[in-house]
Ligand binder design. Sequence first.
Ligand SMILES: N[C@@H](CCC(=O)N[C@@H](CS)C(=O)NCC(=O)O)C(=O)O
Length: 201
Amino acid sequence: MLLYNSRVSGNCYKVRLLLAHLGVPYERRELDVVDRSNRPDVLGGLNPALRVPTLVLDDGRALAESGAILWYFGEGTRFVPQDRLDRARVLQWMFFEQYEAEPTLAVARFLIAYSQLPRAEYEKRLPRLWEGGKKALGAMDLHLGTGRDWFVGDGPTLADFALYGYAHCCEEGEFELGRYPSVTAWLDRVAALPGHVPMAA
Ligand SMILES: N[C@@H](CCC(=O)N[C@@H](CS)C(=O)NCC(=O)O)C(=O)O
């Protein structure tokens, strides 16, 4: 199995994190997230969106979108609850991650830490991204602050891995994690799970 990956992408990291927890072996091919000029050559025919993560199974079939890849490997494991409502709640937080958290936390981080653009070129975009990212972190903090250790149920699920991808590195986007104590405690909990791998692994 081959994962088209970027070392610094939280979307790719979510997948690597789950595969590490499940002990699933795979190969990685690194793609640049700044110079994307080879994307059509490499990912054309595999993922029409030309984004990473893109996974190619051993039989040649491809799967893209971090959430879909998480679901493909997570179904039937301890990371997807048996209860129907809890399963839907895992999806609730995965959709939240893609609509509220990733487009704000990830984009602010990318512009500031990885885009190699002069700050003047993107500075006007930051207040909106910060506003949206704070809203997402605030909602996560509120949810976890009601005495929960995990987003759904009594143990880690795909929802936790999906949200961890960009929440754990949001300070690179100049978000202040100290304002979200329940999120900070949850990040520590995820990082303390046996089998955890850091993004740089
Ligand atoms: N919704 C997708 C987003 C994937 C995505 O945005 N990947 C970025 C890296 S984090 C990428 O490939 N960017 C390059 C581009 O937009 O051309 C997912 O969750 O997998």
